[in-house]
Design a protein around this ligand. Structure first.
Ligand code: CIR
Length: 253
């Protein structure tokens, strides 16, 4: 059964980091409702949900994808690019250790945010962003290449993380909103989509994707390609430069 690692929103969510967006009011109660609906969408499709210990002192702790990336039976604990987020790691490590995966960590001076890692088959595209540095990418490459992964660094300047700009459909097509993609030529199969919030998809199963409700034209495009599309409201997280991918870590069988 696929497993989903999540962490409920901090009461200080509204104080989360912002890089490209201006701060606007966040509704904490609505954020919790949206988070619960998001988690339920997985539960309804047979995913086992595992909650990381809540961390109210960590405003961005809900974006658990940034703290760990799973490659088969290897979990790579990240070292956050934003100093304010480094306190998220110990509780994530404790949860990951209970999953029974081999656990390794990115070390100082490396930084790596999980939102910068896009897995497509056995290729890991890694965003060279304001959060992920060259040393972090080098450490990840040293861990993955001996295990049969290809690591491809790609520039990320227009958005926070690589996966704020591009993700992948079940058939490995990389999707992105072109004005926010620094180098679409890095991806062998690329599909431009018409809305910024349509670029983030989570693959629920071979024919189903989960995405933001704030991209109806993109949802229609995916349906035209034969996909089942589940949409959820994630407005309160989008205000903080989050999206459907960063709210969970997916551990697939
Ligand atoms: C941050 O700036 O770190 C958070 N406010 C948003 C993190 C979003 N994570 C992601 O895209 N993977």
């Amino acid at each position: 059964m696929p497993r989903l690692l999540v962490r409920r929103p901090s009461t200080r969510l509204a104080d989360g980091e912002l890089t490209h967006l201006d701060r606007v009011p966040v509704d904490p109660a609505l954020a919790v409702t949206q988070w619960e609906t998001y988690v339920d969408a997985f539960r309804a499709r047979g995913w086992e949900v595992i909650e990381v210990e809540p961390a109210d002192t960590q405003p961005d702790g809900v974006f658990v994808e940034d703290a760990v990336v799973v490659f088969g039976d290897l979990a790579v604990l990240c070292r956050a690019g934003a100093e304010s987020r480094r306190g998220e790691a110990p509780t994530v490590r404790a949860s990951v250790e209970r999953l029974g995966l081999a656990v390794v960590a990115i070390d100082e001076p490396g930084t790596l945010d999980g939102g910068d890692v896009l897995k497509v088959g056995r290729t890991a595209y890694v965003g060279a962003s304001s959060r992920t540095n060259a040393e972090g990418i080098a450490q990840l490459r040293a861990l993955l290449e001996p295990r049969g992964w290809r690591v491809v660094a790609v520039p990320v300047r227009r958005v926070l993380h690589l996966k704020s700009g591009v993700t992948a459909l079940p058939d490995a097509t990389v999707v992105g909103f072109e004005p926010l993609v620094d180098d679409a030529s890095a991806f062998p199969e690329f599909l431009g989509v018409p809305e910024e919030h349509g670029t983030a998809v989570v693959v629920l199963d071979a024919s189903t994707v989960l995405m933001s409700a704030d991209a109806p034209h993109t949802a229609a495009l995916y349906r035209d390609r034969g996909l089942d599309v589940v949409t959820v409201e994630v407005s309160e997280f989008e205000k903080l430069e989050g999206c459907v991918t960063c709210l969970s870590v997916r551990v697939r069988d």
